[in-house]
Design a protein around this ligand. Sequence first.
Ligand code: NAP
Length: 258
Amino acid sequence: MYLEKYRLDGRIAVVTGGASGIGLACSQALLEAGARVVVADASEANLRRARAQIRGGDEGRVEFAPLDVTQAAAVDAFARACRERHGKVDILVNCAGIGRQSSGEETDEDEWRLVLDVNLNGTFWCAKAFGAVMLAQGGGAIVNIGSMSGDIVTRPQKNVHYNVSKAGVHHMTRSLAAEWADRNVRVNAVAPGFVETPMSAYALKTDVETTRTWLSNTPSGRVGQPDEVASIVHFLASDASSLMTGAIVAADGGYTLW
Ligand code: NAP
């Protein structure tokens, strides 16, 4: 009975930012759990690579689609197209995101708007469009990828826009969860710590000092791997977490404990 709750056979899942890093791992995890997965990403190059990397896609349960989450009308049309093609959408993983490093006094208008547009606005456009599909069909599960940076200020990098965008994602998660709980649409988030992906490569691959600071501030003494976030996303997308909504699940090796 308990393991059955983790199965996603027959479910339709959409993963934004699904062609790289954490999103790619989420796409793989949901596919392995039995779902049909739509990998949606703005990067054509990442989509091409993901097509070659995903295992089990030969069963025809995975498809790849270009999607820029900042384009509200396109997101809306994409959600409706997914519902028309598959008859429903059960799971949305909002993983598309970008990082930029600049201090508060250096951050210019374009960079501020870009980070907020992708990380916060894009997450909302997707939650709104796919939430509408889920509310109409009588249920669904949305999992947002926030960050520990939505709760605390990480160091030594400076990125006020990123931190604010993720704080917004966390409170959006709680707000939509409260609105939709009695209509069987659950909204939860994962708040990862430092995870080894292309986004964190600027530090992990070249900046020894930043990496040293990250690790010395993390009780586990290591960075996370994408699959360690994906397994929590899988749990939150499945019936195993049926009582959970509005939760922000930390996956940070203990970083936010200190
Ligand atoms: P990643 O490897 O760069 O993957 C993000 C994917 O989203 C990329 O394919 C990216 O394309 C795509 N994307 C960017 N803008 C988009 C848009 N407007 N519409 C649709 N797709 C877009 O990064 P990641 O580390 O896996 O990050 C995934 C999520 O986890 C993000 O929300 C991030 O903030 C969060 N997170 C990451 C860490 C970490 O340490 N890595 C920690 C906490 C939270 P491009 O490659 O062209 O940008």
